[in-house]
Design a protein around this ligand. Structure first.
Ligand code: C5P
Length: 308
């Protein structure tokens, strides 16, 4: 029996570094949002072991793949001897701050929870998700959510986000560790948390721009110092964002993707054309609400299996 699941990407609408944890990790306050951009996962039960394969050469097929480790954890949690075969159709850029690997891992947890009728749900899967990585717990919930701690303490937000998103991939190979190291050598930005202001003044039709547009990513400056090509891309993105009156334009996670947020589709189309003229590809997406995240998780049959 084979089942197929969507594994969505995320962006950080805002990300603040609020301190340092005893583990040495940085303590974050971040607002996550789900994008319609997604990978596809096909999960099948097999006789034994765990097998992962993807159509993208950058995706490892051994235990270094979080999806592989998620399957092993689920075998233990469910005390099952049966094996799991996972095929991944990769569409989310790798290492782009869009949470692709973490999303795949959460999709394996949620998918096997369904397939094996374990009924663990987000609460029952939380510990396993957290042990896999800081971004994995968010993907148990999806939609708009506040992340605290390492970003793994999730508080779903009942805010419906509108607007259209233009996603721009940055250069590959930007290291999260290097960005945090560089951030650590800078003094933290003083002032009131913009995320707190956002939560106290959530986006309604009237205050969409003032609310979402104020959010910032504290890691951006460090990422731009770390990668001159990214700094160049950021300049272009900001220029286009200003010209086309984007509501919001910032980097996701520790980089290297940027996203621009628009109130109307015409402005987004113009921005996409501006970027293309400058030789930069972009991708249109929309936000996925928590309800849609649940509803769209499994792909109902009929479909033909992923190759190979
Ligand atoms: O999450 P990931 O393992 O990719 O992080 C790589 C490194 O970035 C960590 O080992 C840590 O040094 C740094 N980091 C941090 N605080 C975070 C996340 C990552 O200091 N919240």
């Amino acid at each position: 029996m084979k089942r197929r699941f969507r594994s969505f990407a995320k962006v950080n609408l805002g990300l603040e570094v609020v301190g340092k944890l005893r583990s040495g990790y940085h303590e974050l306050k971040t607002v996550f949002a789900t994008l319609s951009l997604h990978d596809m996962l096909e999960i099948a039960e097999t006789k034994s072991g765990v097998f992962v394969r993807s159509d993208h050469e950058g995706v490892p097929d051994d235990e270094s793949n979080l999806a592989h480790r998620a399957a092993v954890l689920m075998q233990k949690l469910a005390r099952r001897k049966s094996g799991v075969s996972i095929r991944i159709r990769k569409r989310i850029p790798i290492g782009g701050g869009l949470g692709g690997g973490s999303s795949n891992a959460a999709a394996v947890l949620r998918g096997l929870d369904l397939m094996w009728k374990l009924n663990l749900g987000p609460a029952g899967l939380l510990e396993a998700a957290s042990s896999l990585g800081a971004d994995v717990p968010y993907f148990l919930f999806g939609g708009l959510a506040l992340g605290l701690g390492r970003g793994d303490r999730i508080h779903p937000l009942d805010i419906e986000l509108r607007g259209k998103v233009l996603l721009v991939s940055g250069p590959a190979g930007l290291s999260t560790a290097a960005v945090f190291r560089r951030f650590a050598t800078r003094r933290a930005a003083p002032g009131k948390s913009r995320i707190d202001l956002f939560l106290g003044n959530p986006p309604t039709d009237r205050v969409f721009r003032q609310s979402v547009g104020t959010l910032r990513n504290d890691l951006e400056r460090a990422a731009l110092q770390e990668s001159p090509p990214l700094a160049e891309l950021a300049r272009l993105v900001r220029q286009v964002a200003r010209r086309r009156e984007a509501v919001h334009a910032t980097m996701s996670g520790s980089g290297s993707s940027y996203f621009l947020l628009f109130e109307d589709a015409t402005a987004l189309t113009r921005a996409a054309l501006d970027l293309r003229t400058a030789g930069v590809k972009s991708r249109r997406c929309s936000f996925v609400s928590r309800r849609a995240y649940e509803r769209r998780f499994e792909v109902p049959r009929p479909w033909t299996s992923l190759k190979p």
